[in-house]
Design a protein around this ligand. Sequence first.
Ligand SMILES: Cc1cc2nc3c(=O)[nH]c(=O)nc-3n(C[C@H](O)[C@H](O)[C@H](O)COP(=O)(O)OP(=O)(O)OC[C@H]3O[C@@H](n4cnc5c(N)ncnc54)[C@H](O)[C@@H]3O)c2cc1C
Length: 411
Amino acid sequence: MLVLGGGPAALCMASELNQRGVAVQGLAPKPVDAPWPNTYGIWAEELKTLQLEHLLAHRWSDTVSYFGAGGSSEQDQLTLHGMEYGLFDRAAFQEYCLKRAEGVTWLEGKAERVESGSDVTTVFCGSGTTLQARLVIDASGASSPYILRPDHGPVAGQAAYGVVGRFSENPIEAGRFVLMDYRCNHLTASQRTEPPTFLYAMDLGGGVFFLEETSLAHAPGLSYDVLKQRLHQRLDHRDVRVTEIVHEEFCLFPMNLPLPDRDQPVLAFGGAASMVHPASGYMVGALLRRGPGLAKVLAKALVEQPALGSAALARRGWNELWPTELVLRHQLYQFGLGRLMGFNEALLRRHFATFFSLPQHEWFGFLTNTLPLSRLMVVMLRLFTLSPWSLRRGLVFGAPTDQSPHLEKAG
Ligand SMILES: Cc1cc2nc3c(=O)[nH]c(=O)nc-3n(C[C@H](O)[C@H](O)[C@H](O)COP(=O)(O)OP(=O)(O)OC[C@H]3O[C@@H](n4cnc5c(N)ncnc54)[C@H](O)[C@@H]3O)c2cc1C
């Protein structure tokens, strides 16, 4: 098999197949041990279940969000999550996958064209090299041109501008992780009618903090200029200055990419397979949870029916990756995201305050996509009944246009 890509999805899939005795080649433009550019966060509980907690570089038990507008009674607006959050040690995560992938042949290059017959798939590389495999698994990210998917109109992107750095004073409480700070009292009245953004922030220790101004989802994705300006405006309001920039993060990825056609002879995994959670933007936990099952099905098919070609193998892969249950859950999440994209900041704050008042195992299961469909529907129903009328209207009919000046742009 041939895996395209050198990110978390490719390494995860190549290693899982390798662990099951499948002969795997990997193709990525950079050396496969080149450092990954993104910072990856995850609820620690997800890694605990997978016995991979040792892959965390940072871990916080003081995890909070702010869903009030801001102002004097800050403590009253604090939502305590009561659940540990962590940041991956990217190098350790990569090394863990590469170790489990010992035996995989890694090639440096970029796929430029992919041609599938029913038996084998041919990948033409930029260098002129041609590779053939019984099955190609495209893990080259969400913008892969080799994976066919329906066009449902504009795709909403999660966009963020972040700074790892030092500040004139602590920008958040020492030792704390802030999932979402939606306080908006630093914004002008007109800014408050624009697409809402929130602060994602953490204390990395040693006087270094990571702050990221984030737009949950908007089509088109918010510009880095707007996000950067908003981050500085937020800091100015708190009389905090950036004194040293250690690293800047520019983040943009699709949140509601349509699911791929599941009858194509090339399989995908990760961003290319639309595995990003449409309501939260998280994916790494899903890779680690769903990778082993997919690899198992493919390895079994190869052993039991050695003559299976690309089309038949891909079909088995797609059925395992996107069974009806997961497709339906995905559709529910996409529906929910569509509603949220129509909410103005006041409605969004009310929504998230209500959402995080759900029992912890329910909001956690929702955010990690680990609830079976029937439970997910119960949770969504409970969220609805807990919501005030203004929110219920928005959840059912979408927000009224005077509340959502950016609605017509949302995909
Ligand atoms: C800045 C940022 C922060 C994020 N933070 C989180 C987070 O905290 N938690 C979380 O769960 N998710 C997060 N995500 C979402 C998601 O987990 C990431 O986008 C993740 O990197 C996607 O993994 P991937 O392996 O599918 O794709 P990518 O990481 O995009 O990797 C694609 C790989 O394919 C290679 N490639 C590209 N084209 C070709 C080609 N033609 N041939 C061969 N190889 C090719 C690339 O070089 C790269 O190695 C974040 C995303 C971004 C952008």
